[in-house]
Ligand binder design. Structure first.
Ligand SMILES: Cc1cc2nc3c(=O)[nH]c(=O)nc-3n(C[C@H](O)[C@H](O)[C@H](O)COP(=O)(O)OP(=O)(O)OC[C@H]3O[C@@H](n4cnc5c(N)ncnc54)[C@H](O)[C@@H]3O)c2cc1C
Length: 222
């Protein structure tokens, strides 16, 4: 994603509505991308817009997605059509006194670019470890046949911006703040919970380190 850069935003990515919420620094954009798991990939298919959710991972300056070679989305994206990719982290609801000032706290990224085929095995390993660090070393690796069926796409994004809202409602200190209406923030967290074993799991298998790192300790670990 060569577009993760710190230069002045181009017209295409400059946040115009509430421009103070616009962020263009590499660190900020990378931090949002690295905390997200699901991105939405929008493209044109047969003249009509389509937007499809994907797991993704950022590695260095690229965003990667993977899927079946047979899928419509992967085939089209691999052909290099223009793409708009978005990620949103919802941090909470912002509750104002007036309906008009209600809002949300969020961090989001919008990126434009094109996708292209990538070297699959290396990227699949990095992709898996990005979603769950250490998992690749614990699992069976893909056979040649499985690898052939998978497409891994790297998105070379030319232009990228972030938009961020934090803090209380905007009606503190206004005439509305004299109203008897509770106002403030309702934070929202998105976290992994205790793992649920697969019904067919062989008895006696313990959680591997990758899962233990990402999930809360079980009661008997406390
Ligand atoms: C959280 C999440 C993560 C995912 N991660 C991956 C991934 O890493 N790799 C991967 O290949 N796929 C992933 N998927 C599935 C992905 O969203 C698509 O369904 C899949 O890639 C096929 O896309 P397509 O356009 O080729 O499907 P098609 O079946 O050709 O799409 C035809 C139509 O089906 C409908 N459709 C397709 N997908 C969805 C959907 N997800 N929800 C509702 N309607 C839909 C739309 O109307 C679409 O226009 C994920 C889905 C979710 C929700």
């Amino acid at each position: 994603m060569s577009g993760v850069r710190t230069t002045r935003p181009s017209d295409r990515i400059r946040v115009r509505r509430n421009p103070k919420k616009g962020r263009y620094e590499r660190e900020r954009i990378v931090s949002i991308l690295d905390r997200g798991l699901v991105g939405h990939v929008a493209f044109i298919d047969g003249g009509e817009p389509v937007c499809i959710p994907f797991l993704y991972a950022r590695l260095e300056s690229d965003i990667y997605i993977h899927g079946s070679r047979a899928s419509r989305a992967m085939r089209l994206l691999a052909s290099g059509v223009p793409v708009c990719f978005t990620v949103t982290l919802l941090d909470g609801l912002v509750l104002a006194r007036s309906a008009f000032e209600h809002s949300a706290n969020y961090e989001s990224v919008v990126a434009f670019g094109r996708a292209g085929d990538d070297e699959r095995l290396r990227t699949l390993a990095a992709f898996t470890d990005k979603l769950l660090p250490g998992r690749w070393a614990e699992i069976r690796h893909p056979s040649a046949k499985e690898l052939k069926a998978v497409a891994v796409l790297a998105m070379t994004i030319a232009d990228v911006s972030a938009k961020v809202r934090t803090g209380p409602p905007d009606d503190d200190g206004t005439e509305d703040s004299t109203l008897d209406v509770w106002a403030g923030e309702l934070p929202l967290s998105n976290e992994f919970l205790e793992p649920l074993p697969s019904p067919g799991l062989r008895p006696g298998l313990q959680l591997r380190i990758s899962l233990r790192r990402r999930t809360p300790p079980a009661d008997d670990d406390a």
